[in-house]
Structure formats: C-alpha cells, structure tokens
Ligand binder design. Sequence first.
Ligand code: DQA
Length: 144
Amino acid sequence: MKVLFLNGPNLNLLGTRQPEIYGTTTLAEIEAGIRKQAENRTEVEFRQSNDEGDLVTWVQESPGEADVIVINAAGYTHTSVALRDAISATNVPVVEVHLSNIHAREEFRHNSLIAPVCQGQICGFGVNSYHLALESALSLKLTD
Ligand code: DQA
C-alpha cells in the first residue's frame, strides 16, 4: 500500500511562513513525522510543487502508483478547477488536508473547490492534520 502526499504552493516555506498561522515545523519535518507514523503500515511518498500543472499531472498519474492521495492544495484549493477536474477523473481516493482551519479565516478561504470531489477534509489541527489524514487514508483501505 502507498499513500502519496501532494503539497501545493508556498508549503516549501513552512517553518518561516506566517508561523502564527502555520507553526514552525518545516515540510521536511512533517514528512519525517509521517514516515515514522507510517512505519510497518504503509509506504509513503511526499511531493511539493508551486506549479498547479504539476499537481494536476501527479493526480492524473496516480492510478496504479498510489492507493490513496493526501493533498494540501494550499492556495489552489480555492481557485483550481483544473485540480478539481483531475481529482474527479481519478479512481484513487483523495483526502484533503490543511494545517489551518480554512473555515475560520478570510471568507475567500471558506470555499474549497476540491472538497466535493474528495473523500473528506481535515483542517485546523496544525501538523496533526497530516497525522489524522494518514490515519484516514489507512482507514479508507481497511474498509475497502
Ligand atoms: C493551507 C490553507 C490555504 O488557504 C492556504 O492558501 C495555504 C495553506 C493550510 O494548510 O492551512 O497555503 O492549505
């Protein structure tokens, strides 16, 4: 089993980016924690891109490569019809994840274009959102 973690724009800046909102943990540290949690349970792969097209292509290529996708689409969550269409077109289940509670922030963040085509959304728990997302990904496969 393999869980593919896709991370969108500006998440490469975690650690120094608006720490009052996103905390001080870097993406590499999040990945290390997820690898520990996944040990002897599932293979995991982490990718990050600032490019919308990369995220679309990775979702397109996921069948046969990953069993579940966990995606933090970052800013593209609120804007990307192309990413939503790619998620709609894949048969790989997708869990949406955010560090912050997007519903408690600016109004433009309340709407996620990808939420209706994902299995579910986890947000607002900081780094723990990623850990909860991995548990959700694993539970999807248990109940298959
Ligand atoms: C985010 C929330 C988005 O609104 C924002 O654009 C991000 C990060 C989060 O993880 O809380 O870049 O996805």
